[in-house]
Design a protein around this ligand. Structure first.
Ligand code: FEO
Ligand code: CA
Ligand code: CA
Length: 618
């Protein structure tokens, strides 16, 4: 789901302003290219000497990738490379339980939707289970459902507004469902005791951490401020080493209507975009979404939620220590001393990148219940010299004081954005997916685009004015053992979106990408890049690309998968053996995947495999 803040008028002016003090884009790119050529050794020498190397031959020699690139295009089908196959595994409305009603789009109800796979699938985690007696691979597919859409009701014009609202609520949240690999195909186990639907309609959650119980989180329905009904707009997410799933509340502002009379929250609402521009009409039937009746309900959203997928009766927990903003991704890394670090972006134009560092240390088998409740949230300042300073958001330190309206750490967290403003964090071009490279601990951050950046607002890490195609940053923690817990790091521009942007002669004709959103690293450390918005930016379908992160194929992206038109690609997730890639195809058009006139197009999770059973990408 896109969100934009446009505090400044859009401009087409790409000229480099005199007052811009950072390195020019040309200089940055030249530095990058010289590093890449050094890394590539002989092949790069041949290229720089002007020797003719056919594009495809050069690409296949330099890269570790073993698949043939698919062309750009735009149609109603999903395309994968030769030698690969895709299986539609779970569509909106598919049954998750033995007693789930058959999906009927003309007569959908909230009760039915609560027993069925939700809408607009996004983040995916595959949480392994022991193989069954026949040695079939098993796992729990954990899938977030980001938001509902009027497209859901294209085949049900007679549904009342109240019924629609109930269906919308029930279609949000998260699904946990057991899947099993049988005869090279994944099947859904509808009678599994692990299966559950989590939704804002009926799933209670516990608030934990410094903001739990704070008066600004108390409502008429929850006078203690510690229990909240459901989760909203769950976009990218993450997993923890202790087997839980982190889901992120992104555009939570869209759901609250009515006129607030509690003026003490006005600035807070404004900073998060809560108010007159709400997208949903839920307040009409559910008073908690009405600001006039429950003015503090929005403070109970915008958090990271931890779910134990192995216990369908467990209560999800909102971890307030990780801050309140439009979270996209909660990517977990372990520091060498065992502290837990969670990276998360605030996906809106000119918002920030954050990381939480736990006080406690992770040890396998030890209690992990408070690891995400006690620690320090930091926000990133990207310096022009390639350094990053992680600025701690601690009440009482620097400007985070009573003079600036903060009375406690809880208030710093409730108004995370304002606290980060005061610290001087670097406004980014919409931080989206974040991935950890497992071999060397580097972090990749997708900045999807930012049309509103004016020339004078550019900086080294966000070098484009009117950034239409986005870019990907690489964050390098210090030390050979990649210490994620320190307050220093380095950044590089890994790749720029847009045709010809990286000046890579070895790139295949469809190797350039646009509008990177979700990222995933595979076990070989390769980066997989999913896009959202490539069609409006560049006229190509949203897609999935892959590239090496190190060696001669570094940043040499290759086009792997093309989504049906109108869809974005989200949630890339590999099975532990790397032989299946799960992907969410969100908001498809053209009747995909049923191509049945009686059925709307349906968001769905697909499973991609090699026909010969080999590892994806090799
Ligand atoms: Fe839901 Fe930031 O994409
Ligand atoms: Ca997006
Ligand atoms: Ca996203």
């Amino acid at each position: 789901m896109n969100s934009k803040k446009a505090p400044f008028p859009e401009t087409e002016d790409e000229a480099i302003p005199r007052q811009h003090s950072g390195p020019s884009l040309a200089k940055l790119l030249n530095q990058r290219l010289s590093r890449r050529h050094l890394l590539r050794g002989g092949a790069a020498v041949a290229l720089s000497a002007g020797l003719p190397i056919p594009l495809s031959a050069a690409n296949s020699t330099l890269s570790s990738l073993g698949f043939g690139e698919i062309p750009h295009g735009l149609d109603t089908q999903l395309h994968v490379p030769e030698g690969y196959q895709s299986q539609v595994l779970l569509r909106w409305g598919d049954p998750l339980f033995s007693d789930s009603p058959v999906f009927n789009p003309a007569q959908q109800t909230a009760a039915a939707q609560q027993r069925q796979f939700g809408y607009n699938c996004d983040f995916i985690a595959f949480m392994p289970l022991p193989a069954d007696k026949r040695n079939h691979q098993r796992g729990l597919l954990c899938v977030s459902h980001e938001y509902s859409s009027s497209r859901m009701f294209a085949h049900s014009p007679r549904l009342s507004a109240e019924t629609r609202t109930g269906v919308e609520l029930a279609s949000h949240g998260h699904s946990v469902v057991e899947i099993r690999l049988q005869r090279a195909a994944w099947t859904v186990v509808t009678n599994s005791p692990y299966n559950r639907r989590i939704s804002p309609l009926d799933t209670w959650m516990r608030l934990a951490g410094p903001a739990a119980g704070h008066p600004r989180l108390r409502t008429m329905a929850d006078p203690g401020g510690t229990r909240v009904l459901g989760t909203l707009n769950n976009c990218a997410g993450g997993t923890t080493p202790w087997g839980t799933v982190l889901i992120c509340e992104e555009n939570f502002q869209a759901y609250f209507g009515g006129i607030a009379t509690e003026h003490s929250e006005q600035d807070n609402y404004e900073r998060y975009g809560i108010g007159p521009r709400h997208r949903y009409r839920w307040a009409r039937f559910h008073p908690r979404f009405d600001l006039a009746q429950e003015p503090r309900e929005p403070n109970r959203f915008g958090w990271v939620v931890e779910i134990d997928p192995y216990d369908a009766s467990s209560m999800p927990v909102k971890r307030t220590a990780l801050g309140r903003f439009k979270h996209e991704s909660a990517t977990v890394a372990l520091a060498p001393d065992g502290r837990v670090v969670v990276y998360s972006g605030d996906d809106q134009a000119f918002e920030y990148l954050y990381k939480f560092v736990s006080h406690g240390r992770y040890a396998a088998g030890a209690d992990t219940g408070r690891l995400l409740d006690e620690g320090v949230l930091h926000v990133a300042r990207f310096n022009e010299d390639g350094g990053i300073q992680w600025l701690p958001l601690i009440y009482g330190r620097g400007p985070l004081s009573k003079e600036n309206g903060f009375a406690s750490q809880a208030e710093v967290l409730i108004e995370t954005r304002r606290a980060a403003d005061l610290l001087g964090a670097t406004p980014m071009d919409r931080p989206e997916g974040i991935s950890l490279q497992p071999d060397n601990g580097r972090i990749y951050l997708a900045l999807t685009k930012n049309h509103a950046r004016a020339p004078w607002q550019r900086n080294g890490a966000n070098p484009h004015a009117v950034n239409r195609y986005g870019h990907i940053l690489e964050i390098i923690p210090p030390g050979e053992d990649a210490d994620h817990a320190t307050t220093e790091a380095h950044w590089e521009i890994f790749a720029l979106g847009g045709e010809g942007a990286n000046n890579l002669p070895e790139l295949g004709p469809a190797g350039w990408f646009a509008c990177p959103d979700n990222l995933a690293c595979d076990a070989r450390g390769r980066l997989w890049i999913a896009s959202d918005g490539a069609t409006s930016a560049s006229g190509i379908a949203d897609s999935l690309w892959a590239c090496d992160t190190l060696g001669p194929g570094r940043a040499l992206s290759r086009h792997f998968l093309r989504a049906p038109k109108s869809a974005e690609v989200t949630g890339p997730c590999f099975s532990p053996d790397q032989r299946t890639l799960f992907l969410s195809i969100q908001h498809p058009g053209g009747g995909w995947p049923d191509f049945n006139p009686g059925m709307p197009a349906r968001p769905a999770v697909v499973a991609i495999q090699r026909r010969d059973g080999g590892k994806i990408g090799d």
